[in-house]
Write a protein that binds this ligand. Sequence first.
Ligand SMILES: C[C@H](O)[C@H](O)CC(=O)C(=O)O
Ligand SMILES: [Mg+2]
Length: 392
Amino acid sequence: MAFPRIRAVRAYVVRGGGADYHDQGDGHWIDDHIATPMSRYPEYRQSRQSFGINVLGTLVVEIEAADGTIGFAVTTGGEPAAYIVEKHLARFLEGRDPTEVEKIWDQMYFSTQYYGRKGLVVNAISGVDLALYDLLGKLRQEPVYALLGGKVRDELTFYATGARPDLAKQMGFIGGKMPLHHGPAEGEEGLRKNLDELATMRERCGDDFWLMFDCWMSLDLNYATKLAHKAHEYGLKWIEEALSPDDYWGYRDLKKNAPTGMLVTTGEHEATRWGFRMLLEMECCDIIQPDVGWCGGVTELIKIANLADSKGVLMIPHGSSVYSYHFVITRHNSPFAEFLMMAPKADEVAPMFHPQLIGEPVPVNGKLKLSDSPGFGVELNREVGLHRPYAR
Ligand SMILES: C[C@H](O)[C@H](O)CC(=O)C(=O)O
Ligand SMILES: [Mg+2]
């Protein structure tokens, strides 16, 4: 079957929420004194926006085929990523057969390797790769999960990330992952406050509900080990992203030192098969958490997930809405998924990438059946103020 060639690639920037989910208004739980690597500076402790967590904004990539079919995706990366897509990556797609997914990925990655490999450049590559999958699904009139081998279960099961695991439990989620609020610079008092919050949630949620801490790269090995042992008393299920993503040695030691039964998880700021190979071969964690919009897209996540599978390690992607849902439903080593609570008080289920996606599905009672609409099953909301800074 012949497909129309790719006619054009376009990269837009959008501000406010959506894929840049840290770009929220005042008073949102996601910006309320959350421990980060910048918490050692008191002036950047109260708000992550104060050090620029939302400085980039959303990247929207559109890929148009010669017959007018358009695939699109949203991720983070904003204007610098839009530059990379338009000025560098577009050449590997325009005029090409959209089924050449592997070759296009390889050319995007190796042509940018001298300044890329991780971070922003791989965000940009991921955005293009996801848009290409959306286009392929639309051209084939199939959902992306069908392109990936089909569902291994009927519905997705979710845990919730947010400040209110107690409310998440009432909403039907299987667990609640809370942000850690105080880092090592806040000393013993901060540690006690962290544990008090966990104790309160354990009290409200009962013994069997999963509770996890997301440490967002904020700790050192000593603090993380101490936190893990003290939190074990309250049945913490996992300790997430405790250390810098570059500290593979620290993760290896944390996993060795963590209490029996507590899982060590990480990987949302890791990228590509090579980064995850380090995490897996050094036995750094029990669960890897790639973000499909940041780790290299679906094409790379296939390789990462297979590596994890071969080691018996679970792969529970970070956030990323429909882009991860279509993957998770096809994998035996991804038995559940993450849902980020984007309501400012984490007191109701709201679409994760609102307002950028139209038709974005959300869990009901902690479960979701994916529709069989083509591609990722969502449309781009063109009312959000798309800006194309590097139009060619
Ligand atoms: C809550 C975390 O600090 C972060 O905003 C989201 C995240 O790391 C996760 O969902 O995982
Ligand atoms: Mg996290």
